[in-house]
Design a protein around this ligand. Sequence first.
Ligand code: M1P
Length: 236
Amino acid sequence: MNIYIFDMDGTLTPARQSMTKDFSHRFLPWLKAHLAYLAAGSNYEKVTEQLPPDIVSSFSGIYSSMGNVYHQKSKEIYRHDIKLKKEMLQALERYRKSTSYPGKLYSNYMELRPGMLNFSILGRNCPFSEREKYYKWDEINKERELISKEMNEKFPEYDFSLGGKISIDIVTKGCGKEQIAHLIRERHPNDKIIFIGDRTDIGGNDYNIASTLKNMENTEVIAVTSPEDVLDYLKI
Ligand code: M1P
């Protein structure tokens, strides 16, 4: 049997947006006929905001906050914490203060979630239009890439990776999405595991789960760039 694992933002939904009606209409019958898990970087509340209830309940399990929280049929099974070093937080504060981004900055630039911290120079409380503006600027100026690289070197006990469009996900080393690969392999030792995600490139927040799976037998990693790509791959 095949076991599927799906990323959420940028894979099943546009980043930080709800699943489209057309997508859920085509995906739900497929999901009901297969065994699949969700592996989201966002927290569980965002998952239930972005996905319709029948989609949420049709997954065999929902990993959120990079695998640090696990729900089965809306019941929380576990959650992990993270210890944040003062020096690491101070370094992030310095990046926020010294950014060369020319636009306005917003609040909620460090969002603590179970087992992870999400850091955004722009601030998570920005309007939607500002996200796109920052994303376009960051694509040229590579601010997030540079911060992640420097922080990975300075604080090797943590993992810094690019999530969606405006932020960096921070977990204790080993406590990112790769833990999901190990847990699912333990639960399904003989089945083929197929992961589908949009940030499987190095530095992306699907990279660790993708590379962990690639080192296991009987697995496949499918890199997609949009929900439309997922529908094409599933042929639905
Ligand atoms: O699931 C992908 C990412 O979605 C959001 O990213 P951003 O706000 O940068 O677009 C965040 O929830 C992030 O943590 C998550 O990894």
